[in-house]
Design a protein around this ligand. Structure first.
Ligand SMILES: [Zn+2]
Length: 280
């Protein structure tokens, strides 16, 4: 079992490196998910653009290597990336924050991140993973988990969801559509491989992150989320996010069962890992 897990972990790093070196292979068309909320990510890592009355909000900006795809996607939707006012990061890994520096210089936007990931950018740059691919950037704000971030008509509530990283932050906001209010939700970090015992030990991180992760899933699993915005489309179960975009039937993005299914499957994945590690 141990051997298989090690290989899988190696495979994930190799896969990430392959995508980093061949960014055009993960290019994806931008599209509107729901009124004023747009997917501007790749087929591996998501980025979402929210068009408010007062400017643009970007949630995650992916890798430095895919910056040109992000900029192209934003332009193709008819927006100017220089109008990004706020950049909200889900956590401090390279695949979500590699392009921050360029976006920051281009737009002058303010950057938010969970405070517990701040030390990634000072004393533990190794925790960024592929840190040489992440130019330094200025962090303007840490999330205040008691206060929403407001811009125009949009109010985004950050929720601390430690586990994948200590500062992982999920984001929730409401959109008015046809006389109803729909809640959009993005879970900040559901990838389990960094929480494998071997990887936690290797990076000198506490094993307790595994249970912290399970607890933080439990804390938000019952939330009513009508539109799931996946931070990686691969985290979804039986909900073909990019396929829905291709089909053009955008009503299918509204499905309040997706959040629960996604979180329960990711929770189970972690429980299975813990059990196998116990047996090993
Ligand atoms: Zn991550």
């Amino acid at each position: 079992m141990e051997k298989k897990d090690v290989n899988k972990v190696k495979d994930i790093s190799a896969r990430a490196l392959r995508m980093m070196n061949n960014p055009w292979t993960i290019q994806h068309e931008p599209f509107e998910v729901i009124d004023d909320v747009y997917f501007v990510g790749t087929s591996w890592v998501s980025s979402f653009l929210i068009d408010t009355d007062e400017g643009l909000i970007l949630i995650d900006c992916a890798m430095q290597e895919t910056l040109y795809l992000l900029i192209d996607s934003i332009h193709r939707l008819g927006f100017d990336p220089r109008n990004i006012s706020k950049l909200l990061l889900t956590h401090g890994h390279f695949d979500h924050c590699g392009a921050v520096r360029a976006i920051q210089e281009m737009s002058g936007c303010e950057v938010w991140i969970g405070k517990d990931d701040a030390y990634f950018f000072t004393e533990r740059r190794d925790l960024i993973v592929f840190e040489d691919h992440v130019p330094e950037f200025r962090i303007d704000h840490y999330y205040d988990y008691s206060k929403p971030i407001k811009m125009g008509e949009i109010s985004i509530m950050p929720v601390h969801c430690p586990g994948h990283t200590e500062g992982t932050t999920s984001l929730f906001f409401d959109i008015e559509k046809d006389d109803s209010v729909l809640t959009c939700g993005i879970h900040g970090g559901l990838g389990s491989y960094v929480m494998r015992k071997e990887n936690l030990l290797k990076s000198n991180m506490p094993l307790s992150l595994q249970t912290t992760y399970l607890e933080s899933i439990d804390a938000i699993v019952d939330k009513k989320v009508d539109v799931v915005l996946p931070s990686h489309v691969g985290h979804l179960v039986d909900h073909d996010f990019l396929g829905i975009a291709k089909s053009g039937d955008k009503r299918k993005f509204i499905d309040s069962s997706v959040w629960l299914r996604m979180l329960l499957s990711k929770k189970q994945e972690m429980l299975d890992i813990i059990e196998k590690e116990r047996e090993a």
